[in-house]
Design a protein around this ligand. Structure first.
Ligand code: HEM
Ligand code: HEM
Length: 188
């Protein structure tokens, strides 16, 4: 007799996401949103220098962990491919959704890598909870290019994220299809 379970199977099928993909999605989504918010708070928040520096320490350390986990998360998606769309929709929506997913996937390594390169080539080390990534000899053009990438990619990520969340909510509350439910951690 087959055991009843209310969790998804571990691996993806051609029409839905498995447990590994769902966990990967929500762990990295929460981390990326947290990183985005902490970055924006550092850059535009009302805090004094001391508080900004404390946030920056956490931003860098957690960001490097996001890079390590993110490589596995993106690799898993590239290896598995995307599940077929959960709903029938106009072609432009299907294309927009796929492009958005690729853009979000790209942001997962690009954001932390650019942050890391900017920092170490400005001649500063990164302390990842005791593990030190050493400072490099300053290379101004590289640090500046990485800094620009970090800043512009952050705004790109924010834009894609808004599109992504609005799309997910539309599927769930207006179209009432399986799109959001098949990414949920329990059932479907
Ligand atoms: C994991 C994903 C990451 C995201 C989503 C992210 C996001 C951001 C955002 C939104 C800002 C403010 C940008 C602005 O000025 O408009 C920022 C700033 C900054 N981030 Fe990140 N970050 C990430 C990872 C990292 C990592 C791994 C490091 C370094 C190890 C880093 C170092 C910095 C630094 C030093 C700044 C201040 C900018 C400056 O001094 O010019 N970030 N980040
Ligand atoms: C509250 C925020 C979020 C919600 C409600 C949400 C919702 C969803 C849903 C419902 C799907 C399934 C789409 C489908 O079946 O075709 C999905 C897929 C996806 N989401 Fe999100 N998401 C959020 C945040 C994020 C963030 C921050 C990222 C950035 C890394 C992200 C990246 C992706 C990617 C790349 C996919 C394609 C499948 C995969 O590789 O996991 N999502 N999201």
């Amino acid at each position: 007799m087959q055991r009843q379970t209310d969790t998804a199977p571990r691996n993806d099928s051609s029409s839905s996401y498995g447990l590994v993909s769902r966990l990967n999605h929500w762990i990295v989504a929460a981390a990326m949103i947290g990183m985005l918010v902490s970055g924006l708070v550092m850059a535009y928040g009302p805090f004094e220098r001391e508080t900004v520096l404390a946030i920056m320490g956490w931003h860098k350390a957690i960001g490097v962990l996001v890079l390590v986990y993110g490589i596995w998360r993106v690799g898993w998606r590239v290896a598995q491919g995307f599940a077929a769309d959960a709903a029938v929709m106009p072609r432009w929506q299907a294309v927009a959704s796929r492009l958005t997913h690729w853009g979000l996937l790209a942001a997962v390594p690009v954001m932390p890598l650019s942050g890391l390169v900017m920092t170490i080539y400005r001649g500063r080390e990164v302390d990842v909870f005791g593990l030190i990534i050493p400072a490099q000899n300053k290379i101004e053009w590289l640090a500046n290019a990485a800094g620009m990438t970090h800043q512009f990619a952050a705004w790109g990520l924010l834009g894609l994220l808004v599109l992504h969340v609005v799309g997910a909510l539309k599927h769930h509350f207006i179209d009432r299809d399986m799109t959001l439910r098949r990414m949920a951690l329990r059932s479907a």
